[in-house]
Design a protein around this ligand. Sequence first.
Ligand code: ZN
Length: 171
Amino acid sequence: MKQRRPPQHFTIRYFPDACLRTKAKEVVEYGEPLRQLVARMTAVLKQQKHGIGIAAPQLGIDQAVAIVDVSSRMPQKKPLILINPKVISGDGLIPSKEGCMSVPDYTGLLQRYRAVNLRWRNLEGALMSNSYEGLEAVCIQHEVDHLNGILFIDRIASLKRDLIPRSPKRG
Ligand code: ZN
């Protein structure tokens, strides 16, 4: 299927772009601009074959907004729209093999909490909290890291052992 090239403001920022290293600002206004940002992020995420999450800094926008959508792998799950998300606590550690739209040439092996308690605001600004585990928990941690200027490559123990080049042929 032919894909139209996205307009400039839809473009993913790639490592080592400085916007990926900036701590995102807390969202304070809940209105149409926020909805439009979430719609743009959703559109970009849907274009990605293996994408299960996206954070606003990946589009060069320093707002604490992230989307986690594991429904392509777990059809019963709904997308999470996370405004100002905070991981309140984590439990257990599991190995995680991760990739990132902003670091397209590598995957990495690292450790994440198996389960997390998360607090965030929804699109209307209401305070929310819930606990998540497994893939959803891992993806949440990856996206919250983005909002703090942290990439998965920062969390791998050994660049030599745990950073794996993707095959150049892979889409
Ligand atoms: Zn990422």
